[in-house]
Design a protein around this ligand. Structure first.
Ligand SMILES: Cc1ncc(COP(=O)(O)O)c(C=O)c1O
Length: 380
């Protein structure tokens, strides 16, 4: 038999999935390990998809997406992200997942290096492996409140470095990069002629300063921006996101999109259009729910003397359990699940700098969230 390609066979698995699979085998588990909204998209959004199916709107669409959706995205980017882009720069994708893969596939050759946040979302690293590129983690450390150390980051750049991935608000950290940090990152990218791939899937959930899109302060067209309907509109299973490319990429994107997916399914695009153009009260309600859950959770952690990173975005809490994890937070999470019936994600699943920390998703209902947090061993 021929063999599976060695670079695929060597690809590391996701530690996030590992805990979830264990949790699903244990009835009654409080699951705080899934990164998705507790609610689902509102009825107007679901009705739009249902109507598309009913009316037979199930044919191929243009590669970049249906025009009304691309236009709605252009209007949204102008309104909320301070981005002035042409419709041809917007490519509707199968979630942010495909947008990220596409962004990396068009900028990285085999053997190229790409800087990825550590701790950071696992797909950044997995995509690099798929593309035979080398992921180079740039550490985000507790002593700097998990903000990047740009001097250290610069020492990681080699002649093979092609791109840097920026994720604000961050999964798993629940932190954000401010305008000054993004400006410094862009300057560094200009100095070393790197692409910047910006993952903004949590853009609508910030708890202080409003979100800044790196492309809005880009001066020379080196930022590729990745957005998603999944988290904002609670439609993770509808699989709609989009990639914003620099100007003039249409011929390239047509070929890449055609070979990867041809197009996103028409009913999901209809649902996305309804979500973007409809009233936004569900998004505001969700944001209030996450903000209140975070406030209740941090009050409880303060009471119990547990250390955490002050959340400024997304719907995650990043909690220090190094007083009990004994240098192997994955093993500790397995024991915690077994003994206390609570599934949380080990920080080490997001990179070496996550050792000793856990990620808790606060997007579910408050009662089980607080019950799960109460079962964490206190610091004293
Ligand atoms: C940082 C980040 N980027 C991208 C994604 C993928 O999102 P989508 O559902 O749009 O593919 C996720 C999902 O958890 C995420 O946390």
């Amino acid at each position: 038999m021929p063999e599976i390609a060695p670079h695929i066979a060597r690809m590391p698995g996701s530690g996030v999935r590992h805990i979830l699979e264990l949790a699903l085998r244990r009835p009654g588990t409080i699951i705080l390990a899934v990164g998705e909204p507790g609610e689902v998209a509102g009825s107007a959004v679901r009705d739009a998809a249902a109507a598309a199916w009913r009316d037979g709107d199930v044919r191929y669409t243009p590669n970049g997406g249906i025009l009304p959706l691309r236009e709605a995205i252009v209007a949204k980017l102008a309104r909320e992200n301070d981005l002035d882009v042409d419709v041809e720069q917007v490519w509707v994708t199968v979630g942010a997942t495909q947008a990220l893969f596409t962004a990396m596939a068009v900028t990285l050759q085999r053997g190229d290096e790409v800087l990825v946040p550590d701790p950071g979302y696992t797909t950044f690293t997995m995509n690099a492996h798929l593309l035979q590129a080398a992921p180079v983690p740039y550490p985000l450390r507790p002593e700097r409140a998990f903000q990047p150390d740009l001097a250290e980051l610069e020492t990681l750049i080699t002649p093979r470095t092609r791109a840097i991935i920026v994720n604000t608000p961050s999964n798993p950290l629940g932190s954000t990069f401010d305008r000054a940090t993004l400006q410094a990152l862009l300057e560094l990218a200009r100095r070393h002629d790197l692409w910047v791939i910006s993952d903004e899937v949590y853009e609508r959930f910030t708890w202080g300063e409003p979100h800044v899109s790196p492309a809005s302060i880009d001066t020379d067209g080196r930022v590729l921006s990745v957005f998603s309907m999944s988290k904002t509109f609670a439609m993770t299973g509808a699989r709609v996101g989009w990639l914003v490319t620099p100007p003039g990429w249409r011929p390239t994107m047509l070929r890449v999109q055609e070979s990867l997916v041809s197009c996103v399914d028409a009913p999901s695009q209809r649902a996305a259009l309804a979500a973007l153009t409809g009233e936004q009260s569900d998004v505001e309600r969700a944001a209030t729910h996450y903000r209140d859950n975070l406030a209740a959770s941090t009050a409880l952690l303060d009471e119990r003397g547990l250390r955490y990173l002050t959340p400024t975005g997304a719907f995650y809490l990043w909690i220090d359990v190094s007083h009990v994890s004994g240098g192997d937070v994955m093993a500790w999470c397995e024991r915690f699940l077994d003994e206390q019936g609570v599934a949380v994600t080990p920080g080490s699943a997001f990179g070496a700098s996550g050792e000793g920390w856990i990620r808790v998703c606060v997007a579910s209902d408050r009662t089980s969230l607080l019950e799960g947090l109460r079962r964490l061993p206190s610091a004293s």
